[in-house]
Design a binder for this molecule. Structure first.
Ligand code: NAP
Length: 327
């Protein structure tokens, strides 16, 4: 089979399109012919060595496809089933070994690329707004990177729950996409000289001087201080990523001084830790897409051989919505 390997820790140039032996499913595994693999920031962190990994490794964790064979002990899936997953290392490949415990059935009426586009970012958007801080009517929400993969989906889900969503975006095109997803206001933070003072000032103007109930911040280093300063008293900062880099260590007294704030740094794995929770989130997200109640924007699709360009685009702030690789 053909696959994309990271030869060593480094930039996008360490990705190689290689021939590998077809894998065989072991106990508890599905052998899946991949229809589309999702490109995610976690792939870039693992490629770059930010998260320790063995090298070479086949990159990618997310995808959707059709089961070709099942390993010993698999009872819930059979050859021919359409499945999707958010955590199966080695997904940038024509064939992937997917733990049956990580696979979910793709509902009728939903195509496989859309299912691949929704698993990681969609379930993340779901847990952020439904579990980490439960958005409800009357809540003011600030969301960074509103036109990103998580951003467009979280905007739709938070709005559907009755929240009023304000987003940050870096271009007029991203502003238009974010508004179409339901954002009540978009703020161009790329144009700001001093984001740390200007972003909170704009957010306070939009919230009668109060600040928002919750900030979902996946940008990290460049927005963290502004996010804290955009919260109302006893507001919650959900730091869920670091697209601009990691946030430096912080003195807890900052939370006291800024208004008895809450800070959490969640990760998807802890919000789909049981089979029941994985199935609940996946069925809500895939089901909403299948019935037209959630729109997944696939902003770019690359052939598997062009994974290097896909990583450059994601890290270079040049993408909107989901980026997919198609074998
Ligand atoms: N904790 C979890 O469970 C979890 C799960 C999934 C993803 N994440 C995290 O969520 C974040 C968003 O993920 P995503 O896949 O949806 O990505 P994305 O939002 O589609 O892409 C990242 C966006 O961040 C913004 N950004 C601002 N400064 C940036 C910089 N210096 N470099 C790159 N991007 C920058 C850009 O939007 P603008 O141009 O509009 O600023 C960019 O398009 C990432 O940090 C990711 O690691 C966390």
């Amino acid at each position: 089979m053909r696959a994309v390997e990271a030869r060593e820790a480094g930039g996008p140039e360490v990705l190689s399109f290689v021939d590998l032996p077809d894998p065989e499913p072991g106990p508890g595994q599905l052998l899946v012919r991949v229809a589309a693999a999702g490109v995610n920031f976690i792939d870039t962190y693992r490629r770059a060595g930010v998260y320790p990994m063995p090298y070479p490794h086949v990159v990618g964790v997310e995808g959707a496809g059709v089961v070709e064979a099942v390993g010993e002990g698999v009872g819930d899936f059979a050859a021919g089933d359409r499945v999707a997953w958010a955590e199966a290392p080695g997904s940038y490949a024509e064939l992937a070994l997917v733990p049956a415990a990580e696979a979910v059935a793709v509902p009728d009426g939903l195509d496989l690329p859309t299912a691949a586009a929704l698993m990681l970012q969609g379930m993340t958007a779901h847990y952020l707004v439904a579990s980490t801080f439960e958005v409800g009517p009357g809540h003011d929400v600030l969301l960074t990177a509103g036109a990103g993969g998580v951003g467009l989906l979280a905007t739709q889900l938070a709005t559907a729950r009755g929240g009023r969503v304000i987003t940050t975006v870096s271009t007029p095109q991203k502003a238009a996409l974010s508004s179409a997803a339901g954002a009540a206001h978009t703020i161009d933070y790329a144009a700001m000289d001093d984001i740390t003072t200007e972003l909170p000032a704009t957010v306070r103007e939009l919230t009668d001087g109060q600040g928002v109930h919750v900030v979902y911040d996946g940008v990290g280093r460049s927005t963290f201080a502004a996010s804290l300063a955009s919260l109302r008293r006893r507001g919650t900062l959900v730091l869920f990523g670091g697209a601009s880099g990691p946030v430096p260590p912080l003195d807890p007294q900052v939370l006291n001084r800024s208004g008895s704030l809450y800070l959490t740094r969640p990760t998807l794995a802890h919000y789909v830790a049981t089979r029941a929770e994985l199935e609940w989130r996946a069925s809500e997200v895939l089901g909403a897409a299948a019935t037209g109640n959630l729109s997944a924007r696939i902003g770019a699709t690359y052939p598997l051989a062009d994974a290097e360009q896909a990583h450059r685009a994601l890290e270079g702030r040049a993408t909107t919505g989901k980026v997919l690789l198609v074998p």
